[in-house]
Write a protein that binds this ligand. Structure first.
Ligand SMILES: C[S@@+](CC[C@H](N)C(=O)[O-])C[C@H]1O[C@@H](n2cnc3c(N)ncnc32)[C@H](O)[C@@H]1O
Length: 193
């Protein structure tokens, strides 16, 4: 399914294939998403690092023409296995957002690009953000959900999941408007070109 065995594939594929799962969307996060992105009205949306596909399906439920991409073939299989039939199901693609040719995506530009619990894991964040900017339609929104460093107790083994202030600075630099909303250890960003 995927074209190359990149570092991201090597890291994530065994986790998904061995049954590892991640924090689920809840009502509060869904409300924030809806408040910041608004109704889809059949506009295209892309979820980067879609995992089991929950967020891409949520976007489809809001009326977006959604595509979910992930570097892990097992994650994409899991996402596609939950399709209930033709209609408003997202399109699924197995690809590495940092290395693969973006022209294989179904649309050249997206009104909404989302990225949940993924930014932390991208090595070259500046290059990644350049690629996202190329994918955003004028007036679009880049929705990022990420854990912020320093919100867990010092003894919590998961405290390394948060992004540092320097990484947050890279994320938020160069947008015309930046909105944020906090959700316990997470921060949601709505970034506008
Ligand atoms: C912590 S999981 C989050 C999954 C999902 N977004 C969620 O919120 O449940 C991070 C996901 O990003 C994917 N990922 C990491 N690096 C990637 C890359 N370079 N290209 C595409 N997907 C990537 C992983 O395979 C994994 O599914």
């Amino acid at each position: 399914m995927t074209t190359a065995s990149t570092a991201a594939v090597t890291y994530w594929e065994p986790l998904w294939s061995q049954g590892r799962r991640y924090r689920q969307l809840d009502d509060t996060e869904n409300r924030l998403l809806e408040d910041h992105l608004g109704p889809g009205r059949d506009r295209p949306a892309l979820d980067i690092g879609c995992g089991d596909g929950s967020l891409a399906r949520r976007l489809a439920g809001l009326g977006y023409r959604a595509t979910g991409i992930d570097c892990s073939p097992s994650a994409i299989e899991l996402a596609a296995a939950q399709d209930t039939g033709p209609g408003h199901e997202p399109a699924w693609r197995c690809m590495d957002i940092t290395t693969d040719d973006l022209r294989v995506l179904p649309e050249p530009a997206y009104a909404v690009v989302t990225c949940r619990l993924v930014y932390r894991w991208i090595d070259d964040k500046a290059a990644f953000l350049d690629r996202v900017r190329h994918l955003l339609a004028p007036g679009g929104t880049f929705w990022v959900v990420t854990e912020i460093a320093g919100r867990r107790p010092a003894t919590d083994p998961l405290r390394g999941l948060g992004i540092t202030p320097a990484q947050a600075e890279i994320l938020t630099a160069g947008w015309s408007a930046v909105q944020t909303a906090d959700l316990d250890v997470l921060r949601c960003y709505a970034l506008h070109p």
